[in-house]
Design a protein around this ligand. Structure first.
Ligand code: GLY
Length: 569
């Protein structure tokens, strides 16, 4: 394997110093640092923010199980990670219970009742993508709070205990990191332009690392949820504040839309990979189906014989990604609204045919590679992982879609609303903010769930959690989860390397191969020579992994690309 980049070694060094500090410091919202890797025995949480991870671990120490810790972490992220943590968005949760049962909780946003297929087209039929991406019309009916209460049936501690750390962080404040300061400053003009009332994230001076963010309105909203359960969000004062905000900004979500929102408990998608069971998210996310397609195609082509990040392995994986995304664009959508041929799409027979036209050493192209032939069959986002000492595990990805979502903050309630409507296919063939295209299956309809790429995943060995993984990153989510799993399972990489070494991504259209700027330049040149159009990206995903080692110790890894942080005991 090639030498690690200097920056990576520096990050590891800084992290090990910070690791020692953070272990001593526990939860101090005015002085904390990310911890990139932790090895422990009893329980671990890894998330986008050190405070949120520590909140989760404290709940485990107080007798909570992995679901309790996940709920507390999710609520804390809604306070300390406003760019993507949320109560105004939605997401997916995969739970493995110690009794062997696996559950998928779908709390994806839905289109408002007044939404319509062509709502983002002008009178000439042209897509007005700014309307699906920013501001009031971009907002889907939020699912996050309903998802939390759907998960409560698997929790053990009283809800009041799980939400209190989030209330405290909102009410008493916490210091922000350099990355957070930059993101508030960078979005200031959009916050001003897109809101009817200036949100707390806008101030006259520039934000700096170490400034304290206090969110009193958000604290009061969280208290209403604490006291009234899901009704504290979907009915009463909070629902009224959302509906009033919609009226002020010409949005279309009504109090009825909120009252009628329902999360769905689903059977997870499970498949065998080299003797392990991969448990992942079914529709309304495309992530699990794409992951299953990609992993199965990899095994048919014997990826294990190749090596990490060689021109051969990257080309094969790129062509696999291209084909999976061509299928996504054509076939996938909310299964309550469209018939999706899932069984065929993940069948061995179908997937073996998908790679028939793949030529090693020569780039494919998306003009010739279409979706597969089906015979009729009878995003910004944030991810966290939790495991407890009893063997319960949670992999959860939740999102506002873009960074700060629609950028609309509900005045008086203090939280950001998503811009998830952009995950629908606004017009067939017109790319969304992730460049993804879609077709009829993902067209807008009232109350329909927009297609997601989120891929929270738990890999079981002998029916016990082995790898818990997921990432934010829109359409790059399934490919980052895919590469992380192949890196660990087929290329024998450590979880730290699998998380931090460079990633790449192909999504059929645009016909471009994205590579991270740390990707091996020689390999990139080889791929260019055989015909790939390479586009360099500053970062792909922020993958979090917890791995259970033989003997039972836990290794939790937070992605070096962000403030991501692991905690455990
Ligand atoms: N909003 C990103 C996703 O759901 O895939």
């Amino acid at each position: 394997m090639k030498e690690p980049p200097l920056l990576f070694l520096l990050v590891i060094f800084i992290c090990s110093v910070q690791f020692t500090y953070a272990q001593q410091s526990n939860l101090n919202p005015y002085n904390y640092h990310p911890v990139k890797q932790i090895i422990c025995r009893n329980g671990a949480v890894v998330s986008a923010n050190a405070l949120a991870s520590q909140v989760g671990v404290n709940i485990l120490k107080e007798g909570g199980n992995a679901v309790d810790a996940a709920i507390a972490t999710q609520l804390a992220l809604a306070v300390v990670f406003p760019g993507a943590g949320n109560i105004g968005g939605g997401g997916f949760m995969i739970v493995h219970l110690k009794n062997g049962k696996n559950v998928a909780i779908d709390f994806r946003e839905v289109a408002p009742g007044a939404a319509s297929r062509d709502m983002y087209l002008d009178s000439n039929g042209n897509a007005q993508m700014h309307l699906s991406q920013d501001g009031y019309l971009a907002v889907g009916v939020p699912g996050s709070v309903a998802g939390i209460f759907a998960a409560m049936r698997y929790a053990r501690l009283p809800f009041k205990k799980l939400i209190q750390p989030a209330i405290d962080l909102a009410e008493k404040g916490f210091v922000i990191s350099d990355a957070e300061a930059k993101s508030f400053n960078g979005s200031k003009n959009e916050f001003i332009k897109l809101n009817t009332t200036l949100p707390i994230f806008v101030k006259d001076e520039v934000w700096k690392a170490g400034d304290t963010l206090v969110q009193k309105d958000l604290a009061n909203t969280l208290k209403r949820i604490r006291d009234n359960g899901a009704k504290g969000f979907y009915e009463g004062e909070t629902a009224k504040l959302i509906a009033e905000e919609m009226n002020r900004g010409n949005g279309i979500i009504t109090e009825d839309d909120l009252k009628n929102y329902k999360p769905i408990i689903r059977e997870p998608l499970s498949f065998n990979y080299k003797g392990n069971t991969v448990v992942t998210m079914p529709l309304s996310s495309s992530g699990g189906i794409i992951l299953e397609q990609m992993m199965k195609m990899s095994v048919f082509e014997n990826i294990g014989k190749m090596k990490f990040e060689t021109p051969q392995s990257v080309q094969l994986m790129t062509e696999i990604e291209r084909r999976a995304f061509a299928d996504r664009a054509k076939f996938l959508g909310d299964p309550d609204f469209v018939k999706v041929p899932v069984k065929t799409l993940v069948s061995d027979a179908y997937l073996k045919k998908r790679l028939r036209d793949y030529t090693p050493g020569k780039a494919g192209n998306s003009k010739d590679t279409k979706e597969g032939v089906i015979n009729v069959e009878s995003d910004e986002t944030t991810h966290f992982d939790v495991i407890d000492k009893e063997g319960n595990a949670v992999s959860e990805t939740t999102t506002l879609n873009g960074w700060f979502g629609s950028k609309v903050v509900v005045a008086g309630a203090g939280f950001l609303l998503n811009n998830e409507m952009d995950d629908f296919s606004v017009k067939p063939g017109v790319p969304n903010m992730f460049g993804a295209v879609g077709a009829e299956a993902n067209a807008i309809a009232p109350h329909k769930r927009m297609l997601s790429s989120m891929t929270p995943t738990i890999v079981l060995k002998n029916n016990k959690p082995w790898i818990i993984v997921g990432t934010p990153g829109g359409t790059t989510i399934p490919t980052s989860v895919y590469q992380t799993l192949i890196d660990i399972i087929d290329f024998n990489m450590s979880p730290e390397d699998a998380v931090n070494w460079p990633k790449f991504h192909h999504q059929w259209l645009p016909d471009e191969l994205y590579i991270e700027n740390t990707f091996d330049k020689n390999v990139a040149d080889e791929l260019r020579k055989i015909g790939y159009k390479i586009v360099i990206k500053s970062g792909i995903g922020r993958t979090e992994v917890i791995m259970v080692k033989p003997g039972g110790s836990l290794i939790a890894v937070g992605d070096g690309r962000g403030d991501d942080s692991a905690a455990g005991y």
